[in-house]
Design a protein around this ligand. Structure first.
Ligand SMILES: [Zn+2]
Length: 203
């Protein structure tokens, strides 16, 4: 098998990665960073392409964990979280979703020593703009009735949310109530404005 360097890029995106890798590697000097984040904190935010967490939130390489997601896990809706016995309100969760990130947060804190969480949702989040019924319709149109049937079979919930600041506060409350998050972990909730590039504290 040839070494990875000789495998051709198949798309412009892959080519971009190869070029960027060569450029990055040519001047890279931070090979001695420790595995645990040096500033012992974690940022949870949306996967939205308009957010650059390093720039917008002031994170240098090696300083923090950054977890990015969108809605909660596509799974069967249950009235209470299986592990925490916390009532789940799928209508108020979205990008930068605490419930979906819980496993990563626990690993970050318990295995890699972080002790503070910044939870950042944002304006113009895609999750603000649709309802479950709309998502089902789009998926049926794009992927066909068999795919839509599978969605219904799983009773899949995309967890859109109507109120941004409430969504931030609810997610912080979710973490506060979880027995997996020790009480001495510092939690704060924020909203990033994709128009101004600024982030404001909510709670
Ligand atoms: Zn978002």
């Amino acid at each position: 098998m040839p070494p990875p360097e000789s495998v051709a890029a198949q798309t412009a995106i892959q080519q971009n990665l190869k070029w960027s890798s060569a450029k990055h590697g040519a001047t890279f000097t931070q090979s001695k960073l420790a595995l645990p984040p040096s500033k012992k904190y974690l940022v949870l935010t949306c996967m939205d392409a308009r957010i650059d967490p390093a720039k917008a939130f002031g994170i240098d390489l090696g300083e923090a964990h950054v977890i990015r997601n969108t809605t909660g896990s596509p799974r069967q809706y249950t009235a209470h979280d299986h592990f925490t016995d916390i009532p789940i309100h799928p209508s108020i969760q979205a990008g930068g979703c605490a419930e979906d990130a819980l496993r990563s947060i626990v690993i970050s804190q318990q295995l890699l020593g972080t002790n503070e969480v910044l939870l950042v949702k944002h304006t113009g989040c895609g999750m603000l703009t649709f309802r479950n019924e709309d998502a089902y319709k789009v998926i049926e149109g794009n992927l066909g009735s068999a795919a839509a049937g599978e969605l219904r079979m799983h009773n899949m919930n995309f967890m859109p949310f109507p109120d941004l600041e409430k969504a931030v506060m609810d997610d912080i409350m979710y973490l506060e109530r979880s027995k997996l998050i020790p009480s001495d972990i510092v939690l704060s909730g924020w909203v990033y404005d994709v128009d101004s590039g600024k982030t404001k504290k909510i709670c």
